[in-house]
Design a protein around this ligand. Structure first.
Ligand SMILES: C[S@@+](CC[C@H](N)C(=O)[O-])C[C@H]1O[C@@H](n2cnc3c(N)ncnc32)[C@H](O)[C@@H]1O
Length: 227
């Protein structure tokens, strides 16, 4: 099975020989890939909904991997005990869902060597939450798939450390990595912001002026990063 860029980048951050939890596994592509490639001997796959759970069960059985992939029905980390696995993947969900999953099971979340998070929306909101609860961003990436950019944020529990707006908006690793996809991604965000500011400037209401200031600040942060 060939994974798309998004899941492929996530798997590239999983070292060999560790137990992985895949929260919201859906089709179970990630666990099946990890076991088939010899990256993991054991994966726990969780699903909140019965439909995707059955889909995952079918795919795991078809691949003959029932002894290696432990599929569990339930929300977030509810079916996981602290220290039962080394790495957690929470991918393909909104930032708020990822925040709730961590927040509801802090003891389990804190027990992982690392958590690989891939929010579909609002990565800045997720980073802000992670900094506030003392999680350290140890790696980040941006991938391009199906005409969309995806941010991948890798964290582990650490001590509370200072962070600033750029850490939240761009990410402390992304801002220094600057590979071609990241530069393209930041330029894409700059173009969107420039368009929004241009449209807002047509109106001179107080609300629009306030929004212009907010977006100009964001724009400046992004422009500084790729200077
Ligand atoms: C868009 S799919 C992503 C599948 C896979 N993780 C990926 O990245 O390709 C999101 C899946 O997460 C499941 N999900 C949403 N909230 C969840 C939660 N709180 N706990 C477990 N699974 C959840 C959904 O049912 C759905 O199957």
């Amino acid at each position: 099975m060939k994974l798309g860029n998004r899941l492929q980048t996530i798997t590239s951050k999983i070292p060999k020989g560790l137990t992985v939890v895949d929260v919201g596994t859906d089709h179970a592509y990630l666990p099946i890939y990890l076991v088939n490639k010899g990256i993991s001997e054991k994966v726990i796959a969780t699903e909140i909904l019965l439909g995707p759970y059955r889909k995952a069960q079918k795919n795991i059985t078809k691949a003959g991997l029932q002894d290696f992939i432990d599929l569990r029905l339930g929300p977030g980390f509810n079916t996981i005990n602290p220290a039962e696995a080394d790495i957690a993947v929470i991918a393909g969900m909104g930032a708020m869902t990822i925040i709730n999953i961590i927040n509801e099971s802090k003891q389990v979340a804190d027990s992982f060597e690392k958590l690989i998070l891939q929010p579909m929306k609002n990565p800045a909101e997720l980073r802000k939450y992670l900094f506030k609860i003392g999680y350290k961003i140890i790696d980040e990436d941006v991938t391009w798939e199906d005409n969309k950019f995806y941010e991948i944020i890798v964290v582990r529990k650490a001590n509370l450390s200072p962070f600033d707006e750029t850490d939240i908006i761009v990410g402390p690793v992304i801002r220094n990595k600057k590979n071609p996809v990241i530069i393209e991604y930041i330029n894409y965000r700059i173009n969107i912001l420039q368009g929004i500011i241009k449209d807002l400037k047509v109106s001179d209401t107080k609300a629009c002026q306030k929004a212009v200031l907010k977006y100009e600040k964001l724009l400046k942060t992004l422009e500084e990063v790729i200077k």
